[in-house]
Design a binder for this molecule. Structure first.
Ligand code: PLP
Length: 456
């Protein structure tokens, strides 16, 4: 019997001969511990492999997809743009998709954000925000400000600057000798709150600790960078919006910038278009990517204020210009796709529908609170997470090397569902086009997967 040229096995074998994958110990695939799944097409919330098997995309293909795979409306806009203008140098030249996208982003974000700088992925947006904040203070005569404050458990990407302000050991530890040393403020993460403390009380206590840090270090600090409301890669840890209100006030009081990394939580994920809205605050820098193009194209944007922009605006020889250039800055295809994404938010009741889906998800997950190996079930809009523990009372986690989450992943694959736990945290972040029935399938498969993962 010959294996067909386009079978899963053939494509996987060819892949493993040359391709090196992200966030992957290739040995897992090389030794057959984890299958390499070749996807040939997608439709709605589903991915289809080379042999026609379907997988419900419970993680929006790494949190990027909003309106389904191969969404026809976005695909048509992309095709139209590709036949018109695919790319043009973005220094000295501009184009309507970028102009309109900047106008739209300014319109939908908090009022003080008036200036838009494009890059082409989330980590690069973080690099831009860090450099811009540092350079702002330098241009204002405060070159002594060179440090950043990040939260424990934070994740802001994996280029060296972005990784510097990240605190997930898995990604950071190995490369630590190459990185800047940020100041870490304890996360307001409600799961790590004191027994009996409400999330608002945890937020208040953590603000007190941030104040202490600022009292000591504000003079050398450019900015505080946070993921508003949900620390995603750090385990979908969630916190009370009061923290953002207090953070805004502290940043003003101590003259440091507030950088909001909305790369994962932006574009409706937490129930509002942007997570910052739930605290009614405006950051000095807002970083956007992932959902910005509904999962179609790599693109990111950093929004900032006129006040920041003006610190760079000077006669050429003053040498104050912001310097950060990517070849594909403001790529017209990506900008056009982002515009279509925003048009869908305008034309369709996306957030309203998400509220119903989120309520459905909450109902289905509620019984897991009683589960003996579940310490926490938490949710912020279209992000929900279940924290598995070895011991419910002490909240002792399963040792990482037991790879319990991987068992849930493998169970999901066998049953046509893509769930990709972060360590012991089983989470749900489906595309917004998911149906109630599909959510049921996600949750049922996750529960079966959890049972398998905790057995022995
Ligand atoms: C994914 C992510 C990033 C990095 O974006 P990439 O496009 O993967 O480089 C930064 N911050 C947050 C909060 C993210 O979730």
């Amino acid at each position: 019997m010959t294996i067909p040229a386009n079978s899963n096995a053939t494509l996987a074998e060819r892949d493993l001969r040359h391709v090196w994958h992200p966030c992957t110990q290739m040995h897992d695939h090389g030794e057959g511990t984890v299958p390499m799944v070749p996807i040939v097409r997608g439709e709605g919330a589903w991915l289809v492999d080379a042999e026609g098997r379907r997988y419900l995309d419970g993680v929006s293909s790494w949190w990027v997809n909003l309106f389904g795979h191969a969404n026809l409306r976005i695909a048509a806009a992309l095709a139209d743009q590709a036949g018109t203008l695919e790319q043009v140098i973005f220094a000295g030249f501009t184009h309507e998709p970028a102009i309109r996208l900047a106008e739209e982003l300014v319109r939908v974000t908090p009022a003080p954000l008036q200036r838009v700088f494009f890059a082409d992925n989330g980590s690069s947006a973080i690099e831009v925000a860090l450099k811009m904040s540092f350079h702002y203070w330098l241009n204002r005569g405060h070159g002594e400000k060179t440090r950043f404050i990040a939260l424990s458990g934070s994740y802001h990407g994996e280029t060296l600057g972005a990784l510097s302000v990240s605190d997930v050991a898995l990604y950071r530890k190995t490369y630590a000798p190459l990185l800047l040393t940020p100041l870490l403020a304890p996360s307001p993460d409600a799961y790590e709150g004191e027994p009996g403390e409400t999330p608002a009380q945890t937020a208040a206590r953590r603000l007190g600790e941030l104040r202490t840090l600022l009292e000591r270090h504000a003079h050398e600090t450019c900015a505080v960078i946070v993921e508003p409301l949900v620390q995603c890669a750090g385990g979908m840890r969630m916190y009370h919006p009061d923290y953002l209100v207090g953070l805004r006030a502290l940043c003003d009081e101590f003259a440091v910038h507030f950088i909001a990394d909305e790369i994962a939580v932006g574009f409706g994920r937490t129930g509002t278009l942007f997570a910052c809205e739930q605290a009614a605050v405006s950051p000095d820098f807002m970083c956007l990517s992932k959902g910005l193009t509904a999962g179609f194209m790599p693109l990111s944007a950093v929004l900032t204020t006129d006040e920041v922009y003006e610190a760079f605006y000077a006669e050429y020889n003053a040498g104050k210009a912001f310097l950060h250039s990517h070849s594909y800055t403001g790529n017209p295809l990506a900008c056009r796709v982002a515009l279509e994404t925003l048009a869908i938010f305008r034309d369709e009741p996306v957030l309203e529908r998400n509220r119903q889906l989120a309520a459905h998800l909450a109902r289905r997950l509620a019984p897991l609170r009683e589960h003996p190996q579940v310490a926490d079930v938490r949710q912020a809009g279209m992000i929900a997470a279940v924290e598995l523990v070895a011991d419910k009372v002490s909240r002792r986690p399963y040792p990482a090397d037991e790879r319990r989450g991987l068992r849930v992943y493998l169970h999901g694959l066998q049953h046509g569902v893509l769930l990709r736990p972060l360590g012991n945290v089983v989470y749900f972040m489906p595309p917004y086009v998911v149906t109630g029935q599909e959510l049921d399938l996600l949750v049922d498969t996750a529960i079966q997967g959890i049972e398998r993962a905790i057995a022995d």
